[in-house]
Write a protein that binds this ligand. Structure first.
Ligand code: SF4
Length: 424
């Protein structure tokens, strides 16, 4: 392939996928590709898929159809979690030229160079057990905030989850490498880094999943000393890995923001057992109490799944009551949906979809009230807001240290700056 070919990316799913797409894009630009917007004409289109998204297959088909209409001579490459889980199904979508599994994702440039139109679809995939190595990635959607991937894969076996099958065993970067990446991000002018991973608290395993001596606690201590970055956030951390020493450290740190996102998934002991989660609800409660004791203004976000098989009305009420009484700030509510090759498929009885949707609505209402309450509790106080460099119809947005979103008329001098803000 000649130089100055053009490439466009589309990302489905989580922040980890977004950080990896950014890295893939930079890799191709270094190989001489020009980057285009996804709705523009391009020689190569890359779709980075997600396995958590419902209807991943349908979504992929629709996107490929759009590409084919616009640019029938272009090459279409599908990678990401769904490409690893269902390579044959994806290869069967008309118009797909190449399917890249987890091990080959970051060899995108060399695979593209072998493509020629009209050849049968190529699948480059392997058994997930053979996926090793760690590729550092970071995304910069704006010049304010960056998502930095420091860990990948997961060694847990939650019964609803396909991520270990799509991303492989837990691996992570070395602390020294992450610090170097953070310095690069700081040099680009970004003020905030969000640490991302599949199971972030499990940081400290090498390229083959072997445990080494570094821990997540070592990582955050080292990052705290990086100059130029003013804010760090921990994207999400399992309650059993969120140790009191991490909470204490964040309480004292000026750079790690008072904000935790802690997956709960269910407030029922029975359902947590069926889900094969690695903690009891009492431990979760203890963690939240400790956070609030040490950092009273801390934002706490909670992931919860409704409609898991076996979840009766009584189990759901237990979850509702548990969340209702917890001092948390907002919920991310997921409706359970069946995934191939997961243990949860064997659990009975299945919850009717209408009940799942009803439960989702109930918890979303609870989340709305929690957030209102959390926000109202800060009225009259002053918090620091990092404003983003976007002018959206004359308005700008930013987040307080404790993750309350602020919207105000755009002022150029506030873009990418931390401003003392009177909460009202
Ligand atoms: S901790 Fe559980 S839910 Fe999270 S990625 Fe690992 S297996 Fe999936």
């Amino acid at each position: 392939m000649s130089q100055n070919r053009t490439v466009a990316f589309h990302t489905l799913g989580c922040k980890l996928n977004f950080s990896e797409t950014s890295t893939l894009s930079r890799m191709l630009e270094q190989e001489g590709f020009d980057k285009k917007e996804f709705d523009d004409m391009a020689d190569v289109y890359v779709i980075n898929t997600c396995s958590v998204t419902d209807n991943a297959d349908k979504e992929c088909r629709q996107i490929v159809r759009r590409i084919q209409k616009r640019a029938p001579e272009s090459f279409v490459v599908i990678t990401g979690c769904y490409a690893q889980l269902k390579p044959a199904q994806i290869a069967a979508i008309p118009g797909v030229d190449l399917v890249l599994g987890a091990a080959e994702k970051f060899n995108l440039a060399s695979h593209i160079s072998t493509l020629s139109k009209g050849n049968p679809t190529t699948i480059c995939s392997c058994d997930i057990a053979d996926v090793t190595g760690f590729t550092a990635s970071f995304s910069q959607n704006d010049r304010t905030r960056c998502f930095l991937k420091v860990q990948d894969g997961c060694d847990y076996n939650c019964s609803f989850c396909t991520i270990p099958m799509a991303r492989g065993k837990s691996r992570s970067d070395l602390v020294a490498n992450v610090v170097e990446q953070a310095k690069t991000v700081a040099a680009s002018g970004a003020k905030e880094i969000v640490l991302t991973g599949v199971n972030l608290g499990d940081f400290g395993k090498g390229p083959n999943g072997e445990k080494h001596s570094e821990t997540f606690f070592d990582l955050i201590q080292a990052l705290d000393a990086v100059e130029g970055i003013e804010r760090f956030r921990i994207s999400s951390i399992e309650p059993n890995l969120l140790t009191p020493e991490i909470i204490e450290f964040v309480a004292k740190s000026k750079k790690f923001m008072p904000h935790f996102h802690i997956p709960l998934q269910s407030g029922s002991a029975d359902i947590l057992g069926l889900m094969r989660r690695r903690y009891k609800k009492e431990l979760y409660q203890e963690r939240v109490s400790l956070i609030k004791k040490m950092i009273p203004h801390c934002a706490i976000g909670v992931d919860v799944i409704v409609g898991f098989p076996g979840e009766t009305d009584a189990h759901f009420k237990e979850t509702f009551d548990f969340l209702h009484d917890l001092d948390i700030s907002y919920l991310h509510v997921f409706t359970y949906s069946e995934r191939d090759n997961t243990k949860a498929l064997e659990i009975q009885p299945v919850v009717p979809v209408a009940t799942r949707n009803e439960r989702n609505k109930t918890l979303r209402n609870l989340s709305f009230m929690k957030l209102q309450y959390f926000t109202a509790a800060h009225v009259g106080s002053s918090r620091k807001v990092l404003f983003e460099d976007f002018n959206k119809n004359g308005m700008m947005e930013g987040y307080t240290d404790n993750y309350i979103r602020i919207t105000t008329p755009y002022r150029a001098e506030w873009a990418n700056q931390i401003i003392d803000w009177e909460m009202r």
